[in-house]
Design a protein around this ligand. Structure first.
Ligand code: 2RA
Length: 342
């Protein structure tokens, strides 16, 4: 029996990617319900040749729904439990439940076993975490990782459609000699906003007491939970860059035992969902412009870090909207259907 599916946040960047992937992957559904805030209700969206009208999301929207895909945002906190109460499995892209011990935090290629015990809500990890753990899992299984130092170069799409549009407007205004508007980044809810075009913003989400941002601490805590190893030392610096779609990450790791570059390449090449793009002699390496709209996470610039006994440097790029959000959530749903967990 094909599931009845609801998508909450259907009109946003991640919601739109859900619809695109459902069509591309022939995701099985009986009925499809598109939900959004009151502001977006009434919009018509075509999916597989059929036109759907976006409805305002209310608790009763989830009556008869088997799988609810939440694109993210504040509504998750209140609507996820309501959907579960009505019998739905919720795969939530917001950060609301990620650290809840009763909620599996899952990257299907990395820790699918976590899906076998849930209480209705499954959390989709933060995009920058998904992209990093895809590259680290095969390495960690072979040569335990002791420490991770990661710097990210995150696309504006992480801040939603408005941020994507703002980058375009700023470049257009600059080229036309008009004054630049900045109303979205680093985050619409913050008191100050800065130009992202031809700039870098060393703030994603809000600052915590210790000077780290929530985005940086998500990478620390979510990686511990997904790899189920709280002994790994992790520190992160997350930066917003004037790129539309893919997140890039410079990942330095210290291992408990030696792993050569060739062994690392072998491990990564054998891992479902990772592609290697690493041939300096041919100037081949992952770049956001060429990794966008792809399912895989791309790894290159693989080299030893000889400043420590067993160190490695990796350059990892993945499409933040696709594998970083919508595809990962859809793959969770596909896994649960295939394993009769729905
Ligand atoms: C960002 N990871 O990039 C956050 C949310 N997608 O803004």
């Amino acid at each position: 029996k094909k599931p009845n599916v609801a998508i909450l946040g259907a009109t946003g960047a991640v919601g739109q990617e859900f619809l695109k992937l459902i069509a591309e992957r022939n995701f099985p559904f009986n009925n499809l319900k598109l939900l959004a805030s009151e502001r977006s209700a009434g919009k018509q969206i075509e999916v597989l040749g059929k036109t759907y009208t976006v409805e305002e999301a209310t608790p009763d929207s989830f009556n008869g729904i088997d799988i609810a895909l939440f694109a993210g945002g504040a509504a998750s906190k209140t609507l996820a439990p309501e959907a579960v109460r009505r019998g739905a499995i919720v795969i939530d892209n917001s950060s609301a439940f990620r650290m809840d011990p009763d909620v599996p935090l899952v990257v299907p290629e990395v820790n699918p076993e976590a899906l076998h015990s849930h209480k209705g809500i499954i959390a989709n990890p933060n995009c920058s975490t998904i992209i990093m753990v895809m590259a680290l899992k095969p390495i960690h299984d072979r040569a335990k990782i002791k420490r991770i130092v990661v710097s990210t170069y995150q696309a504006v799409s992480g801040a939603g459609k408005e941020a994507i549009d703002e980058l375009t407007e700023q470049v257009t205004d600059i080229l036309a000699g008009r004054p630049v508007q900045a109303n979205i980044l680093p985050s619409a809810s913050l008191p100050k906003h800065y130009q992202i075009a031809f700039n870098l913003l060393p703030q994603i989400d809000v600052f915590l007491e210790d000077g780290y941002t929530k985005e940086e601490m998500k990478m620390v805590h979510e990686t511990h939970k997904i790899l189920n190893d709280y002994s790994i030392g992790i520190t992160a610096t997350t930066i917003r860059v004037p790129v539309y779609r893919s997140h890039s990450e410079s990942v330095n790791i210290e291992l408990a035992s030696d792993l050569s570059v060739d062994e690392t390449k072998e491990l990564l090449a054998g891992f479902q969902g990772v592609s290697i793009l690493d041939n300096p002699a041919e100037m081949e390496y992952p770049m956001p412009l060429f990794c966008s709209d792809k399912d895989d996470v791309y790894v290159g610039r693989i080299r030893k870090d000889t400043s420590v006994p067993y160190g490695l440097n990796l350059w990892v790029v993945g499409d933040q909207i696709r594998k970083g959000a919508a595809l990962n959530a859809l793959q969770i749903a596909e896994y649960m259907i295939a394993h009769q967990l729905v």
